[in-house]
Design a binder for this molecule. Structure first.
Ligand code: ACO
Length: 311
């Protein structure tokens, strides 16, 4: 026999209404949200690194300013998401610590290197494009603070995606060497961006329950398919080739069939053995240690202010 609290929670979910921080919720729901939201926050924070790598080498002042703003947006996304996760009772320090200790997951995609300027275009177009596809449905996530944070994040991600597309478009209208650089970046980022949606549905232990709780609205494979269908006409407009010989339109399903992804590579990256995992974590740890004095100063200031308010 469900308790009154359980009944109320089930009713909220059945009515597709929002669960708020003070509402009772099952421990599993709380844990799932902290897991997903904190992983998402860590992805935004680690995700600053591959592009920050190009700020000082952007080809013009305008490009530099745009890229800087984009990297700053990612920091902001991380902070909204940590705030949303905190409303579930997990302190931010604990989440940060898990990231620097290497015990927390963050998106596989950020463990690949950014070798040329065209990678800024491919990241914007493919990585932010995949992020939008995955994250627009999260604006309707049943947990209020998460859904609301996602609305602003998605608006900013749309701008990021367009700036990436525009970088590639400019390169594709340039010299042969620029076109080759754009194609090479697309070749390297295409498959990893498809893996961002997570393992195939049959190997996704969390999807079913997360969908039943209206946290996730679509399965990993459904969103991946939506992304591929969206990319094909955009690739045609750009004049780039998507690196998949099996990619073709299926008249029966009305979708594009695509080739097998290398899931061994995905699991290697998740296990910490991707091309840049070590570098990304080392950099984050150093930034965390270097920022200790700022945290201590802020805490000391807060203590002094609290004492002054008492006087
Ligand atoms: N990179 C790293 N880990 C992943 C990835 C990925 N691309 N895809 C799945 N995983 C992990 C899951 O976190 C889960 O691990 P855990 O149980 O230890 O937490 C495991 O692989 C199994 O996957 P699923 O059961 O499919 O997990 P889930 O239902 O959480 O779905 C997904 C994964 C789609 C990433 C979901 O968590 C999600 O939508 N998260 C919010 C979006 C997000 O985090 N985006 C980050 C990158 S985009 C960006 O920041 C620009």
């Amino acid at each position: 026999m469900p308790t009154l609290e359980e009944q109320r929670f089930d009713e909220l979910i059945a009515a597709d209404a929002r669960v708020e921080p003070r509402d009772w919720m099952p421990e599993g729901y709380r844990k799932t949200l902290v897991r997903q939201i904190s992983q998402h926050a860590h992805s935004e924070i680690i995700g600053m690194q591959p592009e920050a790598n190009w700020i000082s080498r952007a080809p013009s002042l305008k490009r530099k300013a745009i890229l800087m703003a984009k990297v700053q947006d990612e920091a902001g996304h991380g902070l909204y998401l940590y705030s949303a996760a905190q409303t579930l009772g997990t302190p931010r320090d604990e989440m940060f610590q898990a990231l620097v200790d290497g015990t927390a997951k963050y998106s596989s995609i950020f463990n690949y290197p950014t070798l040329t300027w065209a990678d800024m275009g491919a990241i914007g177009w493919l990585v932010d494009g995949a992020a939008i596809c995955n994250q627009v449905p999260l604006c309707r996530a049943s947990y209020g603070p998460y859904g609301r944070a996602m609305v602003r994040i998605c608006k900013e991600e749309s701008f990021h995606q367009r700036q990436g597309f525009e970088i590639l478009l400019e390169l594709m209208n340039g010299t042969d060497a620029q076109k080759a650089m754009a194609q090479d970046a697309v070749d390297r980022w295409y498959a990893p961006s498809l893996m961002m949606f997570g393992p195939p549905d049959g190997d996704s232990p969390n999807s079913q329950q997360s969908m039943a709780w209206n946290i996730k609205r679509f399965s990993n494979d459904d969103l991946r398919q939506r992304f591929v269908d969206m990319l094909v006409p955009q690739a045609e407009a750009l004049g780039v080739t998507l690196p998949d010989p099996d990619l073709r339109f299926n008249e029966q399903t009305g979708h594009y069939d695509y080739g097998q992804l290398d899931w061994d590579e995905f699991h290697e990256v998740l296990a910490g053995r991707g091309p840049c995992n070590g570098q990304r974590l080392a950099h984050r740890r150093k930034a965390f240690e270097d920022g200790a004095w700022v945290r201590e100063a802020a805490a000391a200031y807060a203590r002094t202010q609290a004492q002054l308010e008492k006087v």
